[in-house]
Design a protein. Structure first.
Length: 189
């Protein structure tokens, strides 16, 4: 009784983020532009703090936050952007033209790893489905995510599949017409 449901949910989980979910690869070759109402820069320690109406843009990648700390201690291309807000918001266009969106109290963008870490009331929306948890780490290149609850009794991870996603999975499961073997064809090579 539960086996078909588990199979469908497993297939739906895989399909949720496996369908052409890679961020536009050209985004990562573009410079990162950060705008804010005010900024403090500590050149010696290679850290910056940007406050009020902060926007990070790298190609189609866009992060909006109330405050952003930038750590550049590891060198160029290895910066870490820690955006906070109520919530901070991330959006990015995917190779297939769709978008992935996320929101959380904290968004950690690690440039060299091409990952977005969401902490505190985290939510990631893609392919008209939603994953919610206390924390989510999304790898933009590998198209993988890991979500965790907060460990309390009801603080579990929740995934909501749209009927669109489930219907598409059912279509993929329909039996296909068998293709003839080479031996069954009328004409020889």
């Amino acid at each position: 009784m539960y086996k078909p449901l588990i199979s469908l949910l497993t297939s739906a989980s895989i399909a949720l983020f496996a369908t052409s979910a890679a961020a536009e690869q050209s985004d990562f070759k573009k410079p990162i532009e950060v705008k804010a109402e005010s900024q403090f820069l500590d050149g010696k320690n290679k850290k910056s703090v940007l406050i009020d109406n902060v926007q990070i843009v790298q190609g189609s990648l866009n992060i909006l936050a109330d405050r952003v700390e930038v750590e550049a201690t590891e060198g160029k291309g290895k910066e870490v952007f820690i955006a906070t807000g109520k919530p901070a918001i991330y959006k990015q266009k995917l190779d297939d033209g769709r978008t992935v969106e996320a929101r959380a109290f904290e968004i950690r963008y690690e440039v060299s790893n091409r990952t977005i870490g969401l902490t505190g009331n985290a939510e990631l929306i893609q392919n008209s489905s939603v994953v919610k948890g206390d924390s989510i780490v999304y790898n933009m290149v590998k198209e993988q995510l890991m979500a965790k609850g907060d460990g309390s009794g009801d603080g579990r991870v929740t995934t909501v599949f749209s009927t669109e996603t489930i219907d598409a999975l059912k279509q993929d499961k329909k039996p296909k017409k068998p293709t003839p073997d080479i031996d069954e064809q009328d004409e020889p090579y």
